[in-house]
Design a protein. Structure first.
Length: 108
């Protein structure tokens, strides 16, 4: 299923947001990341945390690292704390936001 040029399902709801990749004018290009929504208290955006393994050659082991990015949440996509979300890179929308949520799955 492809929508807005992405390999994600389009949201069932419609919205009027100009900053929506499905119903507005936002183009998603660049990186497509997937992570966990750790904070959805902010208005119109969510903080998404990604965890990755960084290998340390000296000890031949990996260490867990994490990074956080803020992503715009269009009104047609519901994001709650703990949800697994897919975010796509877009043009900078504000000082710290250059990603937009394109898909959200409620984690069990
Ligand atoms: Zn929308």
């Amino acid at each position: 299923m492809s929508a807005a040029g992405l390999e994600v399902a389009a949201p069932k709801k419609k919205c009027e947001d100009v900053r929506c990749p499905f119903h507005g004018g936002i183009k998603v290009r660049g990186r497509l990341l997937s992570g966990k929504a750790v904070s959805t208290a902010g208005k119109g955006f969510a903080v998404v945390e990604m965890e990755y393994l960084h290998m340390v050659p000296k000890f031949n082991r990996g260490e867990r690292r994490r990074s956080r990015v803020s992503a715009h949440v269009p009104p047609c996509i519901a994001v709650n704390d703990g949800d697994t979300v897919t975010i796509g890179e877009c043009r900078p929308l504000s000082k710290t936001i250059s990603f937009v949520v394109v898909e959200s799955r409620r984690s069990a």
